[in-house]
Ligand binder design. Sequence first.
Ligand SMILES: [Zn+2]
Length: 543
Amino acid sequence: MASPTLTVIGLDAVTPLVLEPLRAAGAVPHLDRLLAQGAAGVLRSTTHPLTPQAWTTMFTGVGAGRHGIWDFHERDESGYGLRPVNGSYRREPAVWQRLSAAGRRVGVINVPFTWPADDVNGFALAGFDAYGRRDGYATPAGLLDELEQRFGPLVQDHAFPVTPQGGIDLGQVRRVAEQRVELTLWLAERFDPELLVAVFMAADHAQHLGWDEWERSGPASPLAQVYGILDEAVGALAGALGGDIMIVSDHGAGPLDGVVNLNAWLAEEGLLEYASATELMRGGQLQRMATARALALWRRLPLDFRTRAKQRLGGLRERSYELQNYSIVDFERTKAFAYGTFGNIVINVQGRERTGIVAPGAEYEAVRDAIAQRLRELRDPATGRQIVAAVHRREELFSGPQIERVPDLVVEFADYAWLGKGNLKSRTESIWDRVEIAGTDAAYVGSHRHEGIVALTGPSAAPGGLFASIEDVAPTIQYLLGEPIPESMEGRLIDAAIDPALLERRPPEYVAEDVPLASGIRAFADDEAGQVQDRLRGLGYIE
Ligand SMILES: [Zn+2]
């Protein structure tokens, strides 16, 4: 069997809060054995601990100010519209691109935010930002056809595994995991990569939907069964592949206590104005809203009905992205607004946003200070506890040429047990909200946490506890592959995970050179973007 030097198994959102009780209950024997044998502990995620930014930081070794991937979306040129991003928006090389440039063989399987698949020395299958598209899914060319001939249609995990009743579809989770294991082992044999990376998404999705049931029934809950399926996948990969095995998650998870509608809150604070019906009508906005709502309902109709009616409606489906380009906010009278779901506040700055009204400099800082202070006073109406732990100015957390992609204020909720939603298309009177999953009656009951997991087992590992940061993974991969660590990486080698004899024999080397990025940004075409928005709505990440 193939033996990569290092295999990185990514388990999106796997948290010690679930994993440790399951280890104690004997429900995840493979993970338990691997973690007990090697170095294992907590991997601290990015702020926000959100999938696109977190995986990108993990595999570039730099923060969002440098790599430029902040969220599922970024703001468009006007500053007010959102466009979905994908892997091509990453402005720093991933570790597999660096290794390829050094002539090393790599294999990358389903890492989030790697569409289109990177052109590497080896193979790559894009992550869930492929959203089901074949185009750009795999390199080298022809690999997708070959995989489908061998394994049938690829089962993806870019959508929530939900049953029609709103429960976790364990059959779907199992089909994805089993096929991914088979396919990974076949690809490892076929391409013989020195670095192999494969990611599984199911725990992230299952925790958003099933955290409350986990708290009620523990090892008997569907979430525990999802961990059991992931455990079998890890066991199968680790059992078949030689070399070092690293197990990582991009962030942790925990219960969701509530959702603050930040735009409704900013309106209460007098910093945001909603547009009146007359104003919406004048700009043709109302018509766009009505059409977009109609399209949302349309997607829930039976497929055969849609096919029959489609001829009469012409290119409406293709124009859905353009038609979604409206907002309920009156930006000519708004000083600050929020977008996304994790707590992103943008100041509406003159000369930067299309109709910005806040002067750069002193007024900008005063508005940021006022918002930060007022948010820290926000209390949970049920418990009286403080909801917001910190409000960061972006430059306190990030630096680099891509910092404009980070919002002016990054709201960090206490323990991330709250979310801060930024509705721009719908108005709610109350600041207390929820995150609904389009097409179902379900809403989020769980959310993310900073604390994920990291473990290293195999010939290079030293048993013991670990506490590392997510940007430390990339330099550690470079070291384990015997390559020098680029000085431009912000992370550090996780030396506590590595056998001291190996470190003595082969101390880490550092280099100043940087690998230039070959590819440009590949924006989604408007019709693709409309489909991507639909997918994200199904994950709760957009209205
Ligand atoms: Zn994630």
